[in-house]
Design a protein around this ligand. Sequence first.
Ligand code: FAD
Ligand code: UDP
Length: 370
Amino acid sequence: MTWDYLIVGAGFAGAVLAERLASQRGATCLVIDKRAHIAGNAYDRYDAAGVLIHTYGPHYFRTNSDRIVAYLSQFTEWHHVDYKILSWTDGRHWQFPINLNTFEQLLGRASTSEEMERTLAEWRVPFESPRNSEEVIISRVGRRLYEMFFKNYTRKQWKRDPSELDASVCGRIPIRTNRDDRFVSDKFQALPKDGYTAMFAKILAHPKIEVRLNTDFREARKSVQFRHLIYTGPVDEYFDHCFGALPYRTIRFEEETLPVEYHQPAMQVNFPNDYEYTRVVEMKQATGQKLPVTTIVREYPEDFGPGREPYYPIPAPDTRALSERYAERAAQERGVSFVGRLATYRYYNMDQIVGMALAEFEKLRPLGPT
Ligand code: FAD
Ligand code: UDP
């Protein structure tokens, strides 16, 4: 048969587009993924101890968009949770992101928002428009806090100095002078009640959608017939790296189950200055699962290479020049839509990818009769 759409990737971008095209346009969609599961990097699963964990790092859903919440709520109920994390440095846990409580920890006494604002005003290094991740943080909190919490974490994570990364990388971490100690500020913060994989199973459960796992596009393109392609894999791979390989960062996830109810004082502890891992995540604290054991996951950032997953595009001036060449090439490719984090080489969160997929659906013209 000839499919209306061949969709490469069963992550947010691919699944949302398949659902829209099947349910709103009656289109037949074949969704393939080279992995053995749906949900892309948002995939979660119960491990051998029965703990629901996020296989590819913590995925904290958050958004300010009512439209995106309404769309996803067709497929899941929500477990509301304020994401709260800590940072470990100088032999102790610190409130993070930086807020008034962190400032009090630093002073060793009670303080006020006014005092914190006055002090930060003295510590700040002014920049009219910060051009990189070092400038953006020192322009908000000065060098001392930058060096405590950002400089070495960023070097570990990206193998680059913050001065070589776009301001948006570290700039996405809020800095507050009140006592709001949530990791992110978005008005909606919740996890799918039964997990991401269960939500994706519902998104994809449409009679016009077929999912084939363990199926690589490079093989499938030889045999599958289709009218339009939606590609959510790495854009450089699609074009056989014709302009050179785009750089990515990858992560090695080390899981450990422990015979205790909880291992650490928060769902996530960051380690800017100690150890080779960047953070330790205890997802059970976010999901609210009640169990006598727990599983933690340590994240070791590593170089990307053959056989490894390209988890992070690297937002920086040099990579942008190369990714723009691919974007121009992609715009010329007839009958193909490039959607999602890897296909557009953007460091985007899940809600942004859902938004991108919904916008692409609006843009796609109906295919018309065969
Ligand atoms: P993906 O989920 O990567 O899906 C693309 C799919 O395409 C993959 O399943 C891949 O196997 C498949 N594919 C690629 N090439 C081929 C091929 N040749 N053939 C067949 N299949 C192919 N976002 C948040 O909002 N909150 C968070 O807390 C958060 N934490 C994150 C933590 C980590 C460690 C990472 C890596 C990302 C995090 N994100 C988070 C971002 C989130 O993962 C992405 O925004 C989202 O998953 C992107 O969806 P996507 O569909 O574009 O890509
Ligand atoms: N970051 C940091 N210290 C921290 C947390 C984050 O320097 O304790 C920087 C780092 O460069 C990181 C970026 O801010 O890559 C974004 O952090 P986030 O936790 O949002 O990253 P992600 O969940 O996407 O890995």
